[in-house]
Design a protein around this ligand. Structure first.
Ligand code: PRP
Ligand code: URA
Length: 215
């Protein structure tokens, strides 16, 4: 896929991130390790993503003198996981921005149609003034992310980013067509979707692997 035509899309090139994504792709990786690594991946991606946060100068005093130094207004950051799988990334991301607000959007894909079904939405009241970081490990057809962004926009969110771990080209295209104004951060861009709309090579069902419900 030629990413040059999608300036809002960023795919990580960090070797540690690639290494950790390989661990969670492996079917031998069990729930406890899977959860731990998903959070580590979220922290690594977050470090890159938060690079663009605005800072504001404040006056402080070091033990030696008065000075003006930059701080980020962490309360203006809102992290929104798409349930269930997005929950697995919250801790890793929040570690970097501990005062951020957290909202929730619950969506599952209908097993036959693969279309998103939204069942929960709980967002902070003043989301209009916040920069939103929507998180979900998987961007497959793009349906769930697109639906969640429509919901965020309906609630007044203006500055939105989407962070995923694995994406399929089909989902990236659908996402960028619908929301070219939303910045998309991807850990690994995979080959394609299979006939059941699972990502290849992918990592299987992220929600089931994070929550231990695959058997
Ligand atoms: C998975 C995943 C995304 C969605 C991606 O959720 O966590 O939300 O599928 O697929 P899409 O891009 O084709 O919409 P799932 O439906 O398995 O729900 P769960 O997280 O509750 O298990
Ligand atoms: N949802 C997942 O959890 N995995 C996929 O490969 C596609 C959608």
């Amino acid at each position: 896929m030629n990413l040059k035509q999608y300036p809002n899309v960023h795919v990580s090139t960090h070797p540690l991130l690639k290494h950790k994504i390989t661990i969670i792709r492996n079917k031998e990786t069990r729930t406890a390790l899977f959860r731990e690594i998903v959070n580590e991946i979220a922290s690594l991606e977050g470090y890159e993503v938060f690079r663009n946060l605005k800072t504001k100068n404040i006056h402080i005093e070091t033990p030696l003198e008065k000075t003006t130094q930059p701080m980020v207004d962490l309360k203006k950051i809102c992290v929104v996981p798409i349930l269930r799988a997005g929950l697995g990334m919250v801790e890793g991301l929040i570690k970097l921005v501990p005062e951020a607000k957290v909202g929730y959007i619950g969506i599952y894909r209908n097993e036959k149609t693969h279309k998103p079904v939204e069942y929960l939405c709980k967002l902070p009241k003043n989301i209009k003034q916040m920069e939103v970081f929507l998180i979900d490990p998987m961007l497959a057809t793009g349906g769930s992310a697109i639906d969640a962004i429509s919901t965020l926009k309906k609630h007044g969110a203006k500055k939105i980013n989407f962070i995923c771990i694995v994406a399929a080209p089909e989902g990236v295209k659908a996402f960028c067509k619908k929301y070219p104004d939303v910045t998309l951060y991807i850990g690994a861009l995979d080959r394609k979707l299979n006939k059941n709309k699972y990502i290849l090579p992918g990592l299987g069902d992220a929600g089931d692997r994070i929550h231990g419900t695959e058997d």
